[in-house]
Ligand binder design. Structure first.
Ligand code: SME
Length: 169
């Protein structure tokens, strides 16, 4: 069994550094894409406070298709012209949305979601999908969360083989 040790009293930088070290341990000896994407989704939901959804959408042609996640059942396909996830892909930049109700085209998969952090995931130069974190709290994510979650995503990328996603994408 893999125990995640969480000290929520740490300042955010130290909290995410601690999580990063533990995530390296979780991925040790495993490079499968679906396995690691599922583990990262659960790891984030278990360790990062105040979330209601965490998981992946993978790019398939001109739309995103739901991947491994933890949370309520979600929209299965997202066009690149829609939503926070579509914006992350079409702009190739992280979207940190303080109030989803103010975001044009936001897709409400879970009506409880109030703020959202969506990071594009690259295998080398190729954008293969997004990592999406949702919170029921408005303005839940600050720059420190963005930096910390980006570090978790970087560990996922370097620990994972993406050939399968590149073949079917
Ligand atoms: N809200 C997202 C859709 C995905 S769900 O939140 C899981 C969006 O606007 O792209």
């Amino acid at each position: 069994m893999f125990d995640i040790k969480i000290d929520e009293s740490l300042p955010k930088e130290a909290f995410y550094q601690e999580l990063s070290a533990q995530l390296e341990g979780l991925f040790y000896g495993e490079r499968d894409l679906i396995c690691n994407a599922a583990q990262l989704s659960a790891f984030i939901m278990q360790s990062v406070p105040d979330l209601n959804w965490a998981g992946f959408y993978f790019l398939r042609g001109q739309e995103l298709v739901l991947g491994p996640y933890v949370g309520k059942v979600a929209c299965t396909r997202i066009p690149l012209t829609k939503g926070v996830c579509g914006a992350a892909v079409s702009t190739k930049t992280t979207q940190r949305v303080t109030d989803v109700h103010q975001f044009p085209g936001h897709i409400a998969c879970d009506g409880d979601t109030r703020s959202e952090l969506v990071l594009p995931i690259f295998a080398g130069d190729v954008l293969i999908g997004v990592l999406d974190l949702d919170s029921p709290i408005p303005d839940r994510f600050d720059e420190k969360d963005q930096f910390g979650v980006q570090e978790l995503a970087n560990i996922f990328v370097k620990s994972t083989d993406f050939q399968w996603a590149l073949d079917v994408g």
